[in-house]
Write a protein that binds this ligand. Structure first.
Ligand code: PMP
Ligand code: GLU
Length: 395
């Protein structure tokens, strides 16, 4: 049959974070000793109590569908968490649980975007945002936020990007890929702009607990007058090392929550029952020592990166990524092979240096590379050594 892919899907690119990771896993399976700093996935285990709650749910026969929006028990537990940790009051009906925050974000796009609606997306951005917006018919409007502003969008740039077609802005703090965290005064200034424009505010706060010496602030709590336009996205993957359980959620105004619930009831149905049982217990079992662990690794990695010629890395304040500017090595070559982009750099570094990373092009930031430091301390030391040897051979 003649190939007839939908116009919606025809131009979609595979997720760079997931494809570098699968390429790396293939190399590892072939016996190559690659240090995998590509995908953003905590290297520690799901809290035991949460994992056991999942096992117990299976053993007890909790193996059937739940409500499409997620169990009332979990939605109540999330509402209680939002109240106690974020100072945000939501009714359980305003919370919709999905198969990971990635799924939640897709649901959000489908619920609020019509064809041609613009979504303001500060770059560097997480690689899946523009694709999800486009699949839902929307148009990502990329607003560059460079190293000079700590990779954070300024109120001025935000104001300038807003048009009558703007339907939403998407803010991710702490950020993947830069690790930037919006501080209270910066959020207040953005809130000032958003107060004047009737747009949805999508907040992706999946890394909220992973902040180092700074406080995570939710715009929804800081500017309560904006809360009825906020779609607050969060999940269990990062803080609780539950990437494989596939559990995320949104807290939203009642009409949006209702629409997402209806959409989800036809698309995926309920999220995994046993994962939800584990999620309830996870919320009470965050291990704060992981923050110290990540901070120690961050310091080690950033110091090592900055010791390499042509590499400059700002100190990230949250998440578990370092996002150095490597434009100093663009135009050089490795054993005769030209490095004309971050993609070239990452490919050569993987092949010859055996360190896996993700090129900045995937995040709307050419000239940069993302390294995940959710790996063992010894892997960080090894990666820096390998990169040092790789850089010594650049000409
Ligand atoms: N948002 C951001 C910023 C992320 O880095 C991720 C990573 N996967 C997600 C959402 C989605 O996470 P998950 O689907 O595993 O909940
Ligand atoms: N969010 C992680 C990353 O950026 C996991 C992979 C993904 O979901 O894309 O690496």
């Amino acid at each position: 049959m003649e190939q007839r892919l939908s116009a919606r899907i025809r131009n979609i690119k595979p997720s760079a974070t997931m494809s570098v990771d699968s390429k790396t896993k293939q190399l590892l399976a072939q016996g190559q000793s690659v240090v995998n700093m590509s995908v953003g996935e905590p290297d520690f285990d799901t809290p035991t109590a949460a994992a056991l709650a999942g096992v117990k749910a299976i053993a007890n026969g909790q193996t059937k569908y739940t409500e499409a929006a997620g169990t009332l028990v979990l939605r109540k537990a999330i509402a209680a968490k939002l109240m106690s940790e974020n100072g945000l009051q939501y009714a359980p009906e305003q919370i919709i649980v999905s198969n990971g925050a990635k799924h939640t974000l897709y649901n959000v796009c489908m619920a609020i975007l019509d064809d041609g609606d613009e979504v303001i997306l500060p770059a560097p951005y997480w690689t899946s945002y523009p694709e999800q917006i486009a699949v839902a018919g929307g148009k990502p409007v990329i607003v560059a936020a460079g190293a000079d502003t700590g990779y954070k969008v300024t109120p001025r740039a935000l104001e300038q990007a807003i048009t009558p077609k703007t339907r939403a802005i998407l803010l991710n703090s702490p950020s993947n890929p830069t690790g930037a965290v919006y501080h209270e005064d910066e959020l207040a200034a953005l809130g000032e702009v958003l107060r004047r424009h009737d747009v949805y505010i999508i907040l992706d706060e999946i890394y909220e607990r992973l902040v180092y010496d700074v406080k995570h602030v939710s715009l929804a709590a800081l500017c309560p007058e904006l809360k009825d336009r906020v779609l607050l996205v969060n999940g269990f993957s990062k803080a609780f090392a539950m990437t494989g359980w596939r559990l995320g959620y949104v807290a939203a105004p009642p009409d949006v929550a209702k629409a997402i619930n209806s959409f989800q009831s036809h698309s995926t149905g309920s999220p995994s029952t046993m994962s939800q049982a584990a999620g309830v217990v996870a919320l009470e079992n965050f291990d704060p020592t992981v923050v110290d662990t990540f901070k120690r690794r961050r310091d080690k990695l950033v110091q090592g990166l900055n010791s390499l010629e042509g590499v400059h890395c700002l100190m990230p304040e949250g998440a578990f990524y370092a996002f150095p500017d490597i434009s100093g090595v663009i135009g050089r070559s490795y054993e005769g092979q030209a490095i004309n982009s971050a993609t070239d750099y990452c490919e050569l570094l993987l092949e010859h240096g055996l360190v896996a990373s993700v090129p900045g092009e995937a995040f709307g930031a050419p000239g940069h590379v993302r390294f995940s430091y959710a790996v063992a301390d010894s892997d960080i030391v090894e990666a820096i050594e390998r990169m040092r040897r790789f850089h010594q051979k650049l000409s």
